[in-house]
Design a protein around this ligand. Structure first.
Ligand code: TYD
Ligand code: MG
Length: 481
C-alpha cells in the first residue's frame, strides 16, 4: 500500500504498458504515451489496471435496491415490442443515418461519433437531434437536449438557423458532467447530445478535461446514465494527434456504438461509418455531402469518385474504371497509369494502390501476356485520392497499364471487375451481381468480368450492357484492345 504504480497509456489506441515508449508498441503512433498514476484512479479500492472507478460512475444516480437482483428472462421481455423499440429516423437523410445505426436509434444506447476537427460532427449531431425531435413530437416534455461545451447558445442558435432547424430542441452550454446529467435527468428527454467528450469533466477526477482519465470516467458516467434512464446519448469525440488530448479510440470499448465521420479535406463528401455496433452490423456506411444548408444525402454516391465526364473525342489512354465495394455500396473509381521508357525517375511509383500489388500486376502482365513492360517505369494513380485495397480492382489496374503502354484509350463506358492471379487468370470477386447492376443503372456499355461470373449474370436484366467474361489477361487484351 502507498506505493504508486505508474502506467503509460497511449492516447490514440488506449494501449497501456508499465514503461514509457516513444512510439506506441500497439498502434505505432509517436509521442502518444502519457504518464498516469494508478493510485489517482483507484485510491483505496485496488481494482488494478485502468478500470473505470465505481464512485465516478455511480456518482450522480444511486442504484435502486430492487434492480439489484437477477431477473428471469421471461420477465425481462414481457410486453416488449420490437417494432416500437427503436426510434425511427425518417426522410432520406434519416434513412442514411438510420442504416448506419442498424435500423433506427436504440433507447438507452451510447453512441460515440468520432472524426477530425472541422469535419462536420456538430453539424451532423444538430441535424440528428432535429430529426429525433421531429419523430418524438408527441412526446410530452422536451424530446432532445443538446449540450455543448465548445460553443455558446448563440453560436448553436446561429448554426441551427443556417441549417433551417426549427425543431423542439433544448440547448444547454456546460462542461460539468454532473451538472449536465442532473439537468438532463430533470427534463427526461428521449435523447441527449454531448459536444464534446474532450471538453467535459468530472469534479472528482484529477486531471484536466480531455485527459485520458477524464474522458474515460465521463464516458462511463454517460453510459451509466443512458442505461439507467433509457435516454439515448450521443457523444462527440475529436480525433487528435497531439498527446495531451485523449481521442475516441480509448473509448471504443466502453460505448455501444462507434461511428466515424471521414472525408477528404477539400471534398464536400463525408462518409459516416460504423466501426462498432452492439445493435447492428458494421458493414454499413452513409454517404453525405456538406452543403450551404448542412449535410445532405448524396443521390449519385456510386459516381462520386469519377472526376470527368469525358466525351469520345478526348478519352485518355491509361484510364480504366474499377468497381469497388464498401459496405453494401458500390463505387466507381478511375485508375490512371503512365508507362514511360527511359524514365528519369529510377523506379515506378503508385498513389492510392499498394506498391507491391502494382509490381505484381506489372510482372504478371510481362510474363503472362508478353507485353514488353520490362524497360518501362509504371506510374499509377487513383483519381480523387481514394485508396484501392479491394482485390476486385486488380483488373482495372492491369487494364490501365495496358492502355497506357499500347497508347490505346479504353472505349468510354467500359468498366473492369476481377482479381488477378499470378498465372494471369481472372478470379471471381464477391457480390459481382451488385457491382454489375450499378454499371447497368449508370448506363455503362461494357463490363469485363471473370469467366465464371458470366453464368451468374445471365439471368440478370442487363439492358444494353455487354458483359465480357474472360478466362485470363490474354483474353482481356484481345477483347478490349
Ligand atoms: P462542424 O460541424 O463545426 O465540425 P466539427 O464539429 O466536426 O468540428 O462543421 C465544420 C465545417 O462545416 C465548417 O468549416 C463549416 C462547414 N459547414 C458548412 O459547410 N455548411 C453548414 O451548413 C455548416 C453548419 C457547416
Ligand atoms: Mg464541433
Amino acid at each position: 500500500k502507498g506505493k504508486v504504480k505508474t502506467q503509460w497509456v497511449c492516447c490514440s489506441c488506449g494501449h497501456s504498458t508499465g514503461k514509457w515508449w516513444g512510439q506506441c508498441p500497439e498502434c505505432e503512433m509517436v509521442g502518444t504515451m502519457n504518464e498516469f498514476h494508478e493510485s489517482k484512479l483507484t485510491d483505496s479500492k485496488s481494482r488494478g489496471g485502468l478500470e473505470v472507478s465505481e464512485d465516478a460512475v455511480g456518482l450522480w444516480l444511486p442504484q435502486r435496491p430492487e434492480d439489484l437482483r437477477p431477473v428471469k428472462l421471461e420477465e425481462v421481455n414481457r410486453g416488449f415490442n420490437y417494432q416500437q423499440w427503436r426510434i425511427p429516423l425518417s426522410g432520406s437523410f434519416g434513412n442514411e443515418v438510420s442504416t448506419v445505426l442498424g435500423g433506427g436509434l436504440v433507447p438507452g444506447s451510447l453512441t460515440l461519433v468520432g472524426g477530425d476537427p472541422g469535419i462536420g460532427k456538430s453539424t451532423l449531431l444538430l441535424q440528428i437531434a432535429a430529426m429525433i425531435a421531429n419523430e418524438c413530437s408527441d412526446y410530452e416534455g422536451p424530446p432532445v437536449v443538446y449540450v455543448s461545451g465548445e460553443e455558446s447558445l448563440q453560436q448553436i442558435g446561429i448554426r441551427a438557423d443556417r441549417l433551417g432547424i426549427k425543431s423542439n430542441i433544448y440547448l444547454y452550454s456546460s462542461t460539468d458532467i454532473e451538472d449536465i446529467l442532473t439537468k438532463t435527468h430533470g427534463l427526461s428527454p428521449r435523447a441527449l447530445v454531448v459536444d464534446s467528450i474532450q471538453t467535459v469533466y468530472l469534479k472528482t477526477i484529477i486531471g484536466s478535461a480531455g485527459g485520458i482519465m477524464q474522458v474515460k470516467e465521463c464516458t462511463a458516467a454517460l453510459m451509466r446514465f443512458a442505461k439507467t434512464t433509457n435516454i439515448s446519448v450521443f457523444l462527440i469525440g475529436h480525433v487528435t494527434k497531439s498527446g495531451d488530448i485523449a481521442g475516441p479510440r480509448v473509448l471504443e470499448h466502453i460505448v455501444d456504438v462507434v461511428l466515424y465521420m471521414e472525408g477528404e479535406k477539400y471534398s464536400p463528401y463525408r462518409m459516416l461509418r460504423a466501426v462498432k455496433n452492439r445493435f447492428g452490423s458494421t458493414d454499413e456506411l452513409a454517404v453525405l455531402e456538406m452543403s450551404q444548408s448542412g449535410l445532405q444525402v448524396v443521390s449519385n454516391a456510386s459516381e462520386m469518385f469519377l472526376t470527368q465526364q469525358h466525351s469520345d473525342s478526348n478519352v485518355l489512354a491509361g484510364l480504366a474504371i474499377a468497381v469497388i465495394m464498401d459496405g453494401s455500396r458500390t463505387f466507381l473509381i478511375e485508375i490512371q497509369a503512365l508507362c514511360l521508357t527511359h524514365c528519369p525517375v529510377s523506379s515506378s511509383l503508385s498513389n492510392g494502390i499498394n506498391a507491391n500489388k502494382a509490381n505484381i500486376i506489372k510482372c504478371v502482365l510481362i510474363k503472362q501476356t508478353g507485353l514488353h513492360l520490362q524497360d518501362n517505369a509504371v506510374f499509377l494513380n487513383v483519381v480523387s485520392g481514394m485508396t484501392v485495397t479491394e482485390t476486385a480492382g486488380d483488373l482495372a489496374i492491369a487494364a490501365a497499364i495496358c492502355s497506357s503502354f499500347l497508347e490505346f484509350p479504353i472505349p468510354e463506358g467500359t468498366a473492369f471487375i476481377g482479381e488477378i492471379g499470378l498465372g494471369g487468370e481472372l478470379r471471381m470477386v464477391p457480390r459481382i451481381e451488385k457491382r454489375v447492376n450499378t454499371l447497368v443503372k449508370l448506363g455503362y456499355r461494357m463490363c469485363v468480368v471473370p469467366k465464371q461470373a458470366e453464368k451468374l449474370l445471365e439471368t440478370e436484366g442487363l439492358g444494353k450492357m455487354k458483359v465480357v467474361g474472360c478466362k485470363d489477361l490474354k483474353e482481356v487484351i484481345n477483347a478490349v484492345f
